[in-house]
Design a protein around this ligand. Structure first.
Ligand code: HEM
Length: 137
């Protein structure tokens, strides 16, 4: 959100009342509708968001897998077989989790390369990872 420069204008009385108490619509407006971004952004920059979504997917599928997984050398194999054969949609969960892990790494490498390509290592922002700055210094 642009700090101190909100362009949100509540139209009705109810909206003004709500905005004064819980400015959620203002937050959505300033974050998703009027959110100024540098014009040199391109699709390579989407991978941070893609990674966020994929991490959530890995955690959700992983937690459900862990509910059925037996972390014991004598039981682990059979428990995974059980996940794939007997657990409802277990085959899908395991496929999503295991293929998701591979795609996660592909996305991480693209994300890292994008950062390096656009100068994440350059002064003065080499510690914060914010690379959408003019590259003239
Ligand atoms: C970035 C996050 C994660 C990555 C990249 C990841 C990656 C992987 C990979 C590569 C496997 C082996 C898959 C296979 O051969 O079938 C696996 C298995 C497993 N993961 Fe994750 N994982 C992540 C998060 C989680 C989380 C948060 C949990 C649970 C809290 C979890 C629980 C499990 C379980 C129980 C298995 C064994 C079941 C199976 O092999 O299908 N994972 N994970």
């Amino acid at each position: 959100m642009r700090e101190g420069h909100s362009t949100y204008k509540p139209k009705t009385g109810i909206e003004r009342w709500f905005d004064a108490r819980l400015p959620l619509p203002r937050l959505v407006h300033d974050s998703f509708i009027v959110y100024p971004v540098p014009r040199n952004l391109n699709y390579a920059y989407t991978f941070g968001g893609i990674l966020t979504i994929m991490l959530v997917a890995q955690i959700l599928t992983g937690v459900v897998l862990a509910m059925h997984y037996a972390a014991d050398t004598t039981l682990a194999f059979d428990s995974v077989e059980k996940i794939v054969r007997d657990v409802n949609s277990g085959w899908l969960l395991r496929s999503l989790h295991s293929n998701g892990a591979s795609f996660f790494f592909i996305a991480v490498y693209i994300h890292i390369c994008r950062g390096l390509y656009y100068g994440s290592y350059k002064s003065p922002r080499e510690f914060c990872g914010y690379s959408v700055v003019p590259t003239c210094w």
